[in-house]
Write a protein that binds this ligand. Structure first.
Ligand code: DX5
Ligand code: ZN
Length: 230
């Protein structure tokens, strides 16, 4: 089966001193989304960027900004990211006291809503919120750092999420994207796509392979060729 493929470069591995140039180069190379990793040194042991940086990046690209919140608590910061130009906002259920309410809040702010699953987070947390979701983000590393190795058990878990999403769609439900995040490379993206992912975050795979001119077209070409799809 051919499904739409989206590549979402994670700016976590970008040159932060020239972020505007970096995101423009990503869009020129064919990025479908900008994956924007937000870490708070509390929910995860690392600290990155907030809504002010999202707002600074926004005018440099026309593609959607996919904000991945690795922060606790989450609710207060969601409207700030919506105002900063985020298009999708994803959070971890462990970081919200009221998952259903947080999902509604994201949509009320005009964004698409995503729920993220750590490697050890069980999928039954999807049971009562499928109609509230626009995306499931499956972590294939433990969140906090770029450049980690893909955790193999994520493949079986991807099949499980894909089955749930397809059953939901078959019952008349809305489309839900399935994004995989962590350790995605040219040499494993085909297996990850075959397991059901349609949206692929890649940080170190992209920023570790710049073209001679500083762009990223070659690695995008390799990722797309490897995964197939359209
Ligand atoms: C990890 C982040 C990922 C990470 C991906 O907590 O959510 O988005 O930056 O980086 P790579 O592709 O290098 O694993
Ligand atoms: Zn991420």
């Amino acid at each position: 089966m051919t499904r739409t493929t989206r590549i979402a470069p994670s700016i976590l591995s970008a040159d932060f001193s020239r972020l505007g140039d970096e995101v423009r180069a990503l869009e020129a190379a064919g990025a479908d989304l900008i994956h924007f990793d937000v870490m708070d040194n509390h929910y995860v042991p690392n600290l990155t960027v907030g809504p002010m940086v999202c707002a600074a990046v926004r005018p440099h690209v026309s593609i959607p900004i996919d904000v991945h919140l690795m922060v606790a608590p989450v609710d207060r910061i969601i409207p700030e990211f919506a105002n900063a130009g985020a298009n999708l906002i994803t959070f971890h259920p462990e970081a919200s006291a009221h998952v259903d309410r947080t999902l509604q809040l994201i949509r009320d702010c005009g964004c698409k809503a995503g729920l993220a699953f750590n490697p050890a987070t069980p999928l039954h947390l999807l049971d009562h919120v499928m109609d509230r979701l626009d995306m499931v983000l499956l972590m294939s590393v433990n969140p906090g750092f770029g450049g980690q190795g893909f955790i193999a058990s994520a493949i079986a878990k991807l099949h499980g999420v894909r089955a749930r999403i397809d059953a939901h769609a078959a019952a008349g439900g809305q489309p839900i994207w399935l994004e995989v995040d962590g350790g995605v490379k040219v040499d494993n993206i085909a297996e990850i796509g075959a397991a059901g992912a349609d949206t692929f975050v890649a940080g170190s795979a992209i920023f570790g392979a710049p073209d001679p001119d500083g762009g990223y077209r070659n690695v995008f070409g390799k990722l797309r060729k490897a995964v197939g799809g359209s």
